[in-house]
Design a protein around this ligand. Structure first.
Ligand code: ARG
Length: 454
């Protein structure tokens, strides 16, 4: 019997069906069904013979899924119905008993939480590998000077190692964000039923333990309407993709003829169909371009959830495509970034040439005056005048004659020329977190410690 007097309209089916994308949840749905069936038997809601049959059927379906020969039927609206339909085909009545004390509402929330947990762990693994590569590449280029930039204008020189390690800390925070997603998926939704709980004395902790959840959700209404863990994953993924896009953008710039700071390995570049000389850093460009897509997934889900009355609404089905696409995008980008960085070649001379621009020492000249008791704001003005004087004369700072210098800045003397000659503007950055080699070595030590800690 059916509640309905006519079959579903094919147009409605096209809109409503989620099997084309949610079949990806099958491994989690199978694991969950197994745990649920065991609990039903443990709680004496089904018999041991039924459990044995369900176990046999689920094992067979698992093999069909693993070997890619599970057959989806036209009436299978979603992965949950497809698996239940197949189970009943294989084991009959026992299969039809599986859905006792369970609803697709708590079922789907559980599957998605399990998937988020698994992919948060994958994200953490990928990030650890990338952070390890950053440490290695930084170590290999420990004392290579390069310009540091603000506003994409040369600002102060830094070591390439210091610049690369900046990304280590960004990715470390991403790792912490993915770690938080593990906490966000600690509570098992299953057992909440459709929304209000179920009419059986089930043991939710039994299922939680079988599936590796730390505890159970305390409120059945919250359990079936909660998608916070998807938002948390998407948020972590969006921030991570944004960091990858910044890295990608820098590699694109640095690979240009104008910068000439680095060259990506051939296997991460492509040629032009027209211009034979071209080698394009496409991988880095795509890292740059993918971030808004992931952020879009986050914004979309916020849109879906906002204003949604409790509890389950079909709107919630829209979480999956957002989540799956973000997972696929960010995981691929993380792997590409790691390989691309591991194989990139930096050009020491080009970097050093750009870093030896004397104007990068302007702050150091100002600090020379500060050390003599002149207030920084005033010293800043004096040196700005010297820079301007040099630019107007078409000279570098050290090319200014003593006479010219005397006119521009009477307080500056031979120490000025010494400072410029020594070129020690990196090693003077001795403050904690600064670019002086000793500080970068400390930083590397910290980074290694974090990686070893796991
Ligand atoms: N495919 C559905 C989803 O992804 C499963 C839950 C269906 N529940 C319902 N009450 N129709 O959200």
């Amino acid at each position: 019997m059916s509640r309905f007097s006519e079959p579903q309209d094919p147009l409605f089916q096209a809109l409503n069906s989620s099997i084309s994308f949610d079949f990806r949840l099958a491994p989690y749905d199978l694991a969950q069904s197994l745990a649920h069936a065991r609990m039903l038997c443990h709680s004496k809601i089904i018999g041991a013979d039924d459990l044995a049959e369900i176990e046999r059927g689920l094992a067979q379906i698992r093999a069909e899924v693993d070997e890619d020969r599970f057959e989806i039927k036209p009436d299978d609206e979603d992965v949950h119905m497809a698996i239940e339909r197949r189970l009943t085909e294989i084991v009959g009545d026992a299969g039809a008993r599986l859905h006792t004390a369970r609803s697709r509402n708590d079922q789907v929330a559980t599957d998605v939480a399990m998937l988020v947990r698994a992919h948060s762990l994958t994200g953490i693994q990928h990030l650890k590998r990338l952070m390890g590569t950053l440490v290695e590449v930084a170590e290999a280029h420990l004392d290579w000077p390069m310009p540091g930039y603000t506003h994409l204008q040369r600002a102060q020189p830094v070591y390439l190692s210091h610049h690369l390690l900046a990304y280590f800390w960004k990715f470390r925070r991403d790792l912490q964000r993915f770690n938080f997603c593990l906490t966000a998926t600690d509570d098992l939704p299953l057992g909440a039923g459709a929304l209000a709980g179920v009419n059986f004395d089930t043991s939710r902790m039994f299922v939680a333990q079988e599936l590796g959840f730390a505890g159970i959700s305390e409120n059945s209404l919250d359990a079936v309407s909660n998608r916070d863990f998807v938002l948390d994953y998407l948020s972590a993924a969006a921030t991570c993709a944004t960091h990858l896009s910044q890295l990608g953008a820098e590699i694109v710039l640095w690979s240009s003829e104008e910068f000439g700071f680095c060259e990506v390995a051939d296997r991460f570049a492509s040629g032009s169909s027209l211009m034979p000389q071209k080698k394009n850093p496409d991988a880095a460009e795509l890292l740059r371009a993918k971030a808004p897509r992931v952020t879009g997934r986050l914004v979309t889900l916020h849109g879906v959830l906002h204003g949604l009355p409790l509890t389950y609404n079909k709107d919630l089905q829209e979480d999956k495509e957002q989540l799956f696409d973000a997972i696929d995008t960010v995981e691929l980008c993380l792997e590409v970034a790691n390989e691309m960085l591991a194989t990139i070649a930096f050009d020491r001379e080009r970097l050093a040439g750009a870093a030896s621009d004397e104007f990068l020492a302007a702050t150091d000249v100002a600090d020379l005056l500060v050390k003599r008791g002149i207030p920084f704001r005033e010293a800043h003005g004096v040196v700005a005048g010297v820079v301007r004087g040099a630019v107007e004369r078409g000279k570098t700072l050290s090319e200014l004659t003593q006479e010219e210098l005397g006119e521009l800045a009477p307080d500056l003397d031979s120490e000025y020329y010494e400072l410029l000659r020594e070129g020690a503007w990196l090693e003077s950055k001795v403050s904690e977190g600064g670019t002086a080699l000793a500080r970068v070595r400390d930083q590397l030590g910290q980074a290694r410690h974090i990686l070893e800690e796991g």
